[in-house]
Design a protein around this ligand. Sequence first.
Ligand SMILES: [Zn+2]
Length: 418
Amino acid sequence: MEGVLPPKMYQPFKFRLYPFPNQERELLRQFDELRFLWNHALEQRQEAWQKEKKSLTYVSQCRDLARWRAYDKGGIGRVYGHVAQETLARLDDAFQHFFRRVKAGGRPGFPRFKREVTSLAYPDSNGSAAIVSGRNGTRRLHLAMLGDVPVKVSREPPEGRVKTCAVKREGDRWYAVLTVEVPDLAPRPSAPSENPVGVDLGLSHLAMLSTGEPVEAPKFLRASEKRLSRAQRVVSRRKKGSHRREKAKVRLARCHTKVRDQRRDFAHKVTTGWVKRHDLVAFEDLSVPSMLGNGHLSKSIADAGWGMLRQMAAYKEARRSGRYVEVPAKGTTQTCSKCGKTADPPLALKDRTYSCPCGLVLDRDLNAARNVLARALAQVPGGTGESTPAETGPPSHRKGRRVRSEKREPPRGSEVAR
Ligand SMILES: [Zn+2]
């Protein structure tokens, strides 16, 4: 096809920020303005719905915001306009999700009031957030209407437009997450895959490869995760509003950061190994809640790790002109990877081995991984270049963007970025 934009990739880069005291004060003040904005806009929507059965739109709330900003010059007026609008956009997202859940007959969680806001986002690629040079070879993160904040650039981002920038506080530390748009220059693979691999994500192993190689989370990560859930319990035990609870919260946030960092390091190591050895990596499409989902803690912990593995595998394969494929998850555990028959009776969660009348006796997860691989190879017919391009979308909170007044290309890639 002609006239199609080259595929784009979005890569997140996280940096530690070291705001000056006055910048920190201003950030905290803006968080509070945004919290107030969210709650106020939510209240307006509720009222409009209850009184007149009317749905307020993002656009109409933006118009109100503009008037309010002009009036309250020293308050919300000192927050960069699009940052404030982004809060309304997220509220709109929350309502769209809500309506979708109502329609689907699910349990509709109504958007909630916020007691605290710990991040803000610059949604534009117009230079309102950008890394600039400071004095003596230092670097600064320029944030429109906030100033140039000292930043430690640990890993140099590639040349490319900064698509979005989130500034957040985790415990007593500050971070920026830049999503950089990089042109996907890697030629699309056209040759058949030589060494493909299927990955089954599970709870007994973090992942199982179709080669029979299990991936286990390292002990130190398990230990940190335990510390994290302990810190979580301490916070919930302490009395609300108490000084001791606040202290426990800071400790909890530190645990969170530590686990996240360790998880990321580990995911980098694992995925780099995968893409070096395999020119095709296949995963199950887990965009629909998996069968395991019962809000279990072990599940939510594993989820976070899986998301990283998938996202990193996707962009690393793309960089090496490899393939990243997602296949329908339905039935991968309940199908024989040798003869293709469905298990009868179906495997229970506790069954660790798949045995089939055809003679196959195999580890349950390994069987699933082989099914994932088989489905992936069927999706890439003869490797004739009709593969799923391994595009990564921007971070997950930006899925399902509404169209805004400023023209932006639809930021959706595949389901990769969650
Ligand atoms: Zn069989």
